[in-house]
Design a protein around this ligand. Structure first.
Ligand SMILES: [Ca+2]
Ligand SMILES: [Ca+2]
Ligand SMILES: [Ca+2]
Ligand SMILES: [Ca+2]
Length: 356
């Protein structure tokens, strides 16, 4: 009986303590969230940039922000990447790697990225900076884990122009535009024209836009000249680069070029006639025809012979007598030849004067 009573007592004591322990555990668990508010939280690191766009050569400052601010300094890591021409860089390739940035108690840390101001003509691009996951912090969710800054190229080609050797009229005058640097994009260059003389029509001389293709430094084009029949002094076609948006104009005299155009037409000979010395009737009157300059081929020249008085018979002038009752005035027409095979070219018109 006593043994049973003792056993019952002990069970009651254990049960009482078990309930008490359960109560304490429940109380502890109920207080746990309260204690958690004050527990240490893992900082979340985000990134921002001081500007959305820079011109090459300018700097980009990125700022890392840890929230909450770390109690002790942490080393966050970023990585740079860029979108640009395959062979060009806006950022030193050595810098485009993993970089550690300290974030102190202020909760922020910054890093300056210097872009390269090169002399290459290239497409605009961008530089992206992304927070890298690492122990000691969490990376902010997109889009706050990365930032992208546009980088604008500031290089433009300087264009000059040159001309071909002299051409004979009827051929194309050739000009070449040259860019001082390679360009990954097409460049359209505006060119104006003028001429000395009259060798090209207004359409050929109209302003034109000449294409220098991507990856090429030069473009050659022609201006058509006319092969007319006019003897004229040699002249020239002149070209001048006009202002445009995608290029700069080379300094004088490389902004303009001229090509000589040579005339290919013979001058028209000037024919003169000179009378010889006075003669006595019965002798032959002599005249000299001269061509200046000498013709390249024998040249037919028409002349008229007439007389005052009656000294030359109509037959002498190649005319039938019957037609001329009044012989006081006779006119005749000749076609004579100025020979081409003498350096000094002349011929004589001989009219034999007779009393009739
Ligand atoms: Ca530049
Ligand atoms: Ca550049
Ligand atoms: Ca001609
Ligand atoms: Ca001509």
């Amino acid at each position: 009986m006593c043994r049973a009573a003792c056993t019952s007592f002990l069970y009651g004591l254990i049960e009482k303590r078990r309930k008490r322990a359960h109560t304490l555990i429940c109380l502890f668990l109920s207080l746990l969230p309260v204690f958690s508010v004050g527990a240490k939280q893992t900082p979340v690191v985000s990134i921002s940039a001081d500007k959305a766009e820079v011109t090459e050569g300018e700097s980009i400052v990125v700022t890392l922000t840890a929230s909450p601010a770390p109690s002790t300094s942490l080393q966050a890591q970023i990585v740079l990447s860029e979108i640009t021409d395959p062979s060009e860089y806006f950022v030193d390739p050595l810098a485009a790697s993993y970089i550690n940035i300290a974030i102190g108690a202020s909760g922020t840390g910054s890093y300056t990225i210097k872009t390269i101001n090169d002399s290459s003509i290239e497409s605009d691009g961008s530089v992206s900076v992304t927070v890298v996951s690492k122990a000691g912090y969490d990376v902010a969710e997109a889009p706050n884990h990365t930032v992208s800054v546009a980088v604008l190229d500031n290089d433009t080609p300087v264009i000059s122009i040159s001309g071909s050797d002299a051409v004979t009229e009827g051929n194309n005058v050739m000009f070449t535009l040259s860019a001082d640097r390679r360009h990954n994009e097409n460049t359209r260059v505006v060119v104006n024209f003028s001429q000395t003389g009259n060798f090209a029509n207004f359409r050929a001389l109209a302003q034109r836009s000449v294409l220098i293709r991507a990856q090429s430094n030069t473009a050659t084009f022609g201006i058509k000249t006319e092969d007319d029949a006019v003897d004229e002094p040699n002249g020239a076609i002149h070209s001048t680069i006009a202002s445009g948006t995608d290029y700069e104009i080379a300094e004088s005299p490389h902004h303009t070029a001229s090509v000589t155009v040579e005339d290919n037409d013979e001058p028209v000979p000037a024919i003169s006639i000179l009378g010889g010395a006075a003669i006595t009737e019965g002798a032959s009157a002599s005249f000299t025809l001269s061509s200046n300059p000498a013709p390249n081929a024998d040249l037919d020249v028409s002349i008229t012979v007439e007389q005052e008085g009656v000294f030359a018979a109509p037959t002498e002038l190649g005319l039938p007598v019957a037609l001329f009752e009044d012989l006081t005035l006779i006119k005749a027409f000749f076609t004579l030849v100025v020979w081409s095979h003498f350096s000094h070219r002349y011929c004589h018109v001989s009219v034999r004067i007779l009393r009739v």
